[in-house]
Design a protein around this ligand. Sequence first.
Ligand code: 5RP
Length: 243
Amino acid sequence: MYYICITGSGEFLEREELKKLAAEKAVEQIKDGMIIGLGTGSTMKYTLKKLGELVRKGLKIQGIATSVNTKHIAQEEGISLTTIDEHPEIDITIDGADEVDGSLNLIKGGGGALTREKIIAYNSKKVVIVVDDSKIVKALGIDFPLPVEVIKFGWTSTKKALESFGCEVVRREIIQGEPFITDNGNYILDCDFEHIPEPEQLEKDINNIPGVVENGLFINLAHQVIVGGKQGIITLDKEKTVL
Ligand code: 5RP
């Protein structure tokens, strides 16, 4: 059960504009003194820029970056950073997603930061996801392969074990022949399931394979999804949470 609130005009907005709308809307929830989990990706960049603007006007916050890339952007924006070890209780996390289903379950990891993102989301009182409307899907896995972070040792065997779930698996590459390496020094295996009927079970099954660090299924972690659409902003709330 979730609650929907629609605001905004009906005029056409380009994709980047839709991301920006959602990303900036989320920042309205940020208050002085908060510890904020800072997600990764092109939508999050707009959140970070907006937070930077507010910090320059006097907002006092501390962020925890989910990737080296986000850390650099936050530093450029003048956002103070801390770590989850110093601040294990995170007030709110804002992050993007690659797919969102009707239960607000997600696929994440398009930017390869899924392990740190999941740790931060798991330890947050509230998780707000910011997306444009192209990310809303009927079933997870329809449009986007599931990213799985695996250690380098034995990765071809880990790949075979993943293939036994009936998906096509490719190691992510930056350019041909050059593997993408995560901030944790691992590979990403992108698993193409045409759709994922039981994401909750699959999340657990994949994480049981030796060599898997974490997978991009985020089940029951998002409290709210803010969607930038051509009709304006739609806010989907899993349940009412009080900050
Ligand atoms: C990074 C992620 C991103 O949040 C996700 O890929 C969405 O990115 P974008 O906003 O660029 O579409 O999970 O690991």
